[in-house]
Design a protein around this ligand. Structure first.
Ligand code: SF4
Length: 327
């Protein structure tokens, strides 16, 4: 009889690419080809527990269930906003909390995933940053967010993933690499975007990957003084260094780096700021995504959301200077 490990002691399998899964399972398997069988059951057929793998001998299924885990995060709360977006608050095995957001748009569906529980980068406009550092998620916890939402959110076959939830993904690249390899079994890499606050070594490491997802960068100000005020990470990797890293980032044909730009009334939303932004990024193939600020009681009072007209004036100026559509 196989002694069952405690839930915390069972090894997570959900985030393991095939070679790592085979290594993890090696001493439990009667035959090596079983690793491929188990991998396909998990990632191609969506098996959520070992009992469902009826092509395996019953004794092996019991051994696997005792020693390994396919557990998903636990849903603790679902918050529907008026615009169709749904935020799922999830609890991990150690009690940490994360969030995953489901964003339906006209012609596509996007899941916004967390890469860390908490975040040490302390961006001034971010509620996660306000609450401070936590820990890196495992690859299984990253993959688990997608699998849970597949189970509860009626997702279409094809959707987009963006790592723009809790945490800075570039500070958790090893887990992200494993998770993307696994998620890549059912989603094209061009549907996946890693969004960074500007961690230059992470951007360079991503640039070295043989197969890369899309890159997005939160810029939020056209000069170092204001960017450092919003994002302390800018003191470590100031704009000139960041823009250099973006300029050397290898892109597939017709691909662009997304520049996320948070609009704060009276702070970074003038026509002069739009002009400065375009000058700053003149050498980089980018597209812009404007995000009007969302106030929250824990965030500073001086941060205000600009009205729709102000946003449109900024957008029009950016489009005129950039000669492209801005979303
Ligand atoms: S890096 Fe992202 S999660 Fe971290 S504090 Fe900044 S905006 Fe928030």
């Amino acid at each position: 009889m196989t002694a069952a490990a405690s839930p915390a002691a069972r090894q997570e399998l959900l985030g393991l690419p095939l070679p790592k899964l085979a290594a993890a399972l090696a001493d439990a398997l009667d035959r090596p080809f079983r690793a491929r069988q188990i991998y396909d059951a998990i990632h191609r057929r969506g098996a959520g527990d070992f009992g469902a793998m009826t092509d395996l001998p019953a004794a092996l299924r019991r051994t696997l269930a005792a020693r390994f885990s396919l557990d998903l995060p636990t849903l603790t709360e679902r918050i529907d906003s008026g615009d169709g977006t749904t935020k799922y608050l999830l609890r991990l095995a150690d009690g940490s909390s994360i969030e995953t957001v489901d964003i339906p748009e006209r012609s596509r569906r996007t899941l916004c995933l967390s890469s860390q529980a908490g975040c040490a980068l302390a961006c001034a406009f971010c509620v996660t940053g306000y609450w401070g550092a936590g820990r890196n998620l495992s690859a299984a916890e990253i993959v688990g967010q997608v699998r849970l939402l597949r189970a509860i959110a009626a997702l279409p076959d094809t959707f987009n993933l963006v790592f723009m939830g809790m945490g800075e993904p570039m500070l958790n690249l090893p887990a992200l690499a494993d998770a993307l390899e696994v998620l890549g079994e059912s989603l094209a890499l061009r549907r996946i975007t890693i969004s960074t606050a500007g961690v230059v070594p992470g951007i360079d490491e991503l640039a070295s990957w043989a197969r890369r997802p899309n890159l997005a960068v939160s810029l939020h100000a056209p000069d170092d003084e204001r960017r450092s005020r919003l994002m302390p990470v800018n003191r470590t990797w100031p704009l000139a260094e960041l823009v250099e890293a973006l300029a050397r980032f290898p892109l597939e044909p017709r691909r662009r780096i997304t520049i996320e730009y948070l609009l704060l009334e009276g702070f970074n939303d003038s026509s002069r700021d739009a002009d400065a932004l375009v000058r700053r990024l003149a050498r980089v193939p980018v597209k812009f995504n404007l995000i009007p600020f969302n106030p929250d009681p824990v965030l500073p009072d001086w941060m205000r959301r600009p009205g729709p007209e102000r946003v449109e004036v900024f957008r029009a100026r950016l489009e005129a200077r950039w000669r492209r559509t801005v979303t």
